[in-house]
Design a protein around this ligand. Sequence first.
Ligand code: ADP
Ligand code: ADP
Ligand code: MG
Length: 680
Amino acid sequence: MFTKILIANRGEIACRVAATARRMGIRTVAVYSEADANAKHVAVCDEAVLIGPAAAKESYLCGDKIIAVALATGAEAIHPGYGFLSENAEFADACAEVGLVFIGPPGSAMRAMGSKSAAKSLMEKANVPLVPGYHGDEQDPDFLQKQGDRIGYPVLLKASAGGGGKGMRVIEKSEDFKAALASCKREAISSFGDDKVLAEKYLLRPRHIEIQVFADTHGNCVYLHERDCSVQRRHQKVLEEAPAPGMSPERRAAMGEAAVAAARAVGYVGAGTVEFIANQDGSFYFMEMNTRLQVEHPVTEMITGTDLVEWQLRVANGQPLPKKQAELGIHGHAIEARIYAENPEKGFLPSIGTLRHMDTPGAVSFELGGTPGGSPAAVRIDSGVREGDAISPFYDPMIAKLIVWGADRTQALARMSQALAEFQIVGLATNIAFLKRLVEGAAFATADLDTGLIERNGDTLFPLPKAAPVGALALAAVALTSAEKQASIGQSHNRADPWGNALGWRLNSAYQRQLSFTDEYSAAKEGKGYNVGLTYRPHGWDLTVNGIDAELAVTAQNGAELSITLGATSIHGAVRVDGDTFHVFTGGRHFVLVYNDPMAHAGEAEAAGGRLTAPMPGKVVAVLATKGQQVKKGDPLVIMEAMKMEHTIGAPSDGLVEEILYQVGDQVADGAPLLAFKAA
Ligand code: ADP
Ligand code: ADP
Ligand code: MG
């Protein structure tokens, strides 16, 4: 076996490969860009070498630099992960030329499958079923339109060199053909440097079902069953599961054998995935082959009790496949959810920022390489980031993959829903709440699957915001008073002044106060907040909110974890405080409540030297204030943009704009002062 390998990737896949290598006693070399100096994958590998600036083109995509590092560090093989260089045949060949083992298929197999059109021609010869369409070389627009008419609408145009859901156009009628073709070719040339397209029948309500295949250098090739990846947004996978609901043993064998035939047709070696598009009646067609490990490979590992990275290493080392087809059973059911830093409500736009807080569900470790029959752990998390790490604009915004196993689909679903409820992230927008609605929604729960599931269920997946429940407000209020208590203890310690604290008691009468919180829902209602009245009592408070009066008491508190009683109701939750923002996690939900402290903003502006700072790295897209202007609290001053999202910086109080430090178009670092401001 190898004694040292280089991992030519970053994030969760680099960490995941490193975990298997470590278990097998293989040393690992990480490569990293300037943006990743403190990244998790650097920490988990035995050695790490800087290869260039943040931009992938100057670092993770530089095959020659990576090969040089492998040679210099004495690595014998390179694992490319997925993305980046994993499907780059020239890179695989370049490794071979200098005597390094590329852990993946031979360059020739990658080239054969690299063009969707050429791959379809090969598959036709290997008798693998194809979607009716045209995948030839002729690219004349009139000719292609005739092909579209022959296929029958709707027709799908795809970039032959495409991937990642890019460069696809659905055409509903012949008149729209030419315009769609032109725009498809534009996207294809800009994304893949090749404007060749293919046309095929656009299937209605199809499922995406793919087969994991594995081949060795001794002529063995097996399939490790299927994954259903029908739940997609913008033709990209969101949830993946194995086995596919409703799959019959006969259909499974037919698809598995077709996938093995596809792999054999190109002389495949290593891990690969043959993607099929399937009709609701079960008929299926070849779509493409991904010549690498797939993001969703863990669901296959869970149901087959294998470690696919170990298999990759063995095969690359010249060993035969560890198992024969007949030894590959299916044990239970596994589901994966991709947790992204993104905003589902805003068209799934990526969100960047720092993971200020990350709490992952318990029972994390999954025994890689466990055998079927031995129960895998219920929950596995593959992540490339830790609390305090940043999701930068340079790479994929994936935070983690959450994978659960159950004895059957019902149990796996319940575990997924529970694990999502326990996943707490503060600092950037995530799709966690969306995923929870998705797995709990009727369509997914009843396995009514097809690639349009998310679009079709928009009403339930994107509900209108609702008012925060009293329980969440009560938790926020309790967290606020304990934060004040902490602060005042600090102060009185410093100043030795027991009367200067902010504790809510008075000598003779019960102290009363009004707290105001806002959230997305209340802000939409003319900026009106929630008014929470607190009357301090010896063992708690009387709480008044929305016309409800109830006794409030704390029964347990452990850091951010709180148990309270509100009248006769017991409520449990965690409150993470981030400045004025109270992130309340309770009942499996995440409420973002902003405390409107009349004192805080003036103080903040002072503390920051009267400067307003950028909340994230990004570009200034508008400057709305002028030097010397008097503004009112909340007036928009500057608009910034990062990853296509806009963020408005408003006046923290009434005051004067003394100086403007950036102009439209300027790039601004996180925390940089944007303007000098003097509170009135
Ligand atoms: P899958 O079908 O396994 O999701 P994709 O083709 O969507 O495969 O891409 C696999 C993963 O690799 C995705 O997470 C994607 O974001 C990442 N990826 C693809 N290309 C690149 C690249 N050039 N740089 C960084 N990551 C990439
Ligand atoms: P990519 O290289 O971007 O992964 P694929 O060819 O694998 O491209 O297709 C991606 C997704 O697009 C599929 O998972 C499916 O949702 C959809 N799709 C592809 N071909 C068809 C088709 N003929 N009819 C309907 N949907 C399709
Ligand atoms: Mg695909």
